[in-house]
Design a binder for this molecule. Structure first.
Ligand SMILES: [Ca+2]
Ligand SMILES: [Ca+2]
Length: 436
């Protein structure tokens, strides 16, 4: 029997796409912590709390350490995000003031370019990476847009938000990079807007004018805050709305351009966050909202581009109170679910298969080289830095043993996915032709 089990496990490990366990396990975060957001990089997982802390776990939620140093007392980070080079960024806010854009580099440091402002500007409400890997941030009620080309160290304002009147984007709640490389914004009440110039200007996809003022002219997602946008395999959009207002739950765009409420999602579901994994699956989480009984799951999954949604909540508690929720997937494929009242949960297993990182490739650029050595040198002797900080053998400390790992792989490159390999081959051929 033991032999059989061992063989079965080896087969499972080899066949790649099998996910052994879809259940959730609770991390060691106290359920009294009100989690505002989650992000992750190759080193581990980061949480921000309403009490003003940023907590970091290098071991999938077993232990957490405080990463709040540098933040201003009395502030908390409403949005966390990981930039193209793994830098964690956020925007601290308090009840009276917002404090621009900040980034984590040992301690939290203020970026240049986004000024402090008095509430209720609400600070940074959405981040996204554009098609070049630059960071975009949206702030304030009216959707000011900022771009950072240095992974959150500095920002340039690229759009001043609408000062009122219609058509207007209103308050931008969410930002997404579309499959067409355009930037899509989910707004407070006026539906989805698209930017074809990298976030400098936006146009409503439902048409011009205010759908709330003229509802007879519009069929589509509007009237509730849009936190969720995604695309089917054929490029049709779906959007998740806050309960109340016009439409709720998730709405799907049909090929004729009209929109319908999703039949597999409760129409009043208050969708709050969305994660797309590299295997093309979407996960969304639903907030328990005042006035709406929690008759639906807290996390739902779609493997057909948002057309059908199924429960993904094995092991999760039924929410006991109105609770804000957030989702993130870490680079190892584990899904994290943060709540205001029921703690932080992660999946017992990765939700998709992930190739192991190349040992020594601290910055994740698929080559072990001098850049990785600089990371290791900068953290030499430090603890709790994780893989991206140079702890390649995962023994908790960056030391000479990790240097041996890096030296052993120096110059090696990771194995790209077959599709990427094809593109590299093509671009290589292009270079050869240009040279000849
Ligand atoms: Ca590298
Ligand atoms: Ca180590």
């Amino acid at each position: 029997m033991k032999v059989f089990l061992t063989v079965a496990m080896v087969v499972c490990l080899c066949c790649g796409n099998v996910v052994a366990d879809n259940s959730w396990v609770q991390t060691s975060i106290s359920a009294s912590e009100n989690i505002r957001d989650i992000t992750s990089n190759a080193s581990g997982v980061y949480l921000s709390t309403l009490s003003g802390k940023v907590l970091f776990s290098p071991d999938k939620g077993s232990t957490w350490m405080d990463e709040s140093a540098g933040l201003i007392a009395g502030t908390y980070i409403n949005k966390l995000f990981t930039t193209s080079d793994g830098t964690v960024v956020g925007g601290p806010v308090s009840s009276t003031t917002v404090y621009g854009g900040w980034y984590l580099d040992g301690t939290w440091k203020p970026a240049t370019g986004i000024p402090n402002a008095s509430a209720p500007e609400l600070g940074i409400v959405a981040f996204v990476k554009d098609s070049s890997g630059n960071l975009l941030a949206s702030t304030t009620w009216h959707g000011d847009m900022y771009r950072s080309t240095d992974n959150g160290r500095s920002y340039t304002k690229i759009r001043t938000g609408d000062a009122g009147g219609n058509p207007t984007t209103g308050y931008i709640y969410s930002l997404f990079l579309g499959p067409d490389h355009n930037i899509y914004a989910g707004t407070e009440t006026n539906g989805i807007f698209v930017s074809q110039d990298g976030g400098a200007s936006f146009t409503g996809i439902l048409g011009t004018g205010d759908p709330n003022a003229n509802p007879a002219q519009y069929v589509g997602p509007y009237g509730g805050n849009i936190h969720v946008i995604g695309w089917s395999q054929s490029g049709l959009m779906f959007a998740g709305l806050k309960h109340g207002g016009g439409n709720g739950g998730i709405m799907n765009q049909l090929s004729d351009g009209t929109w319908v409420s999703n039949a597999s999602m409760a129409v009043n579901a208050d969708t709050r966050s969305i994660v797309e994994t590299p295997d093309g699956a979407y996960y969304t989480c639903i907030r328990k909202a005042a006035g709406y009984p929690q008759t639906y799951a807290q996390v739902m999954k779609s493997i057909d581009g948002g057309v059908t949604w199924t429960d993904f909540n094995a092991g999760l508690p039924v929410p006991t109170a109105t609770s804000s929720v957030c989702l993130n997937v870490d680079p190892a494929g584990y899904l994290y679910y943060g709540t205001a009242n029921e703690g932080v949960w992660r999946t017992a297993a990765p939700v998709y298969s992930v190739s192991p990182p190349l040992a020594g490739d601290a910055n994740g650029d698929h080559i072990v080289d001098f850049k990785d050595y600089i990371v290791l040198e900068g953290n030499f002797g430090k603890t709790g830095k994780g893989f991206a900080g140079g702890d390649f053998n995962n023994d908790g400390v960056v030391d000479f043993k990790d240097y041996i790992v890096l030296e052993g792989n120096f110059g090696k490159t990771g194995v790209p996915e077959p599709a990427t390999l094809g593109l590299l081959a093509l671009s290589g051929m292009g270079l050869l032709r240009r040279r000849s």
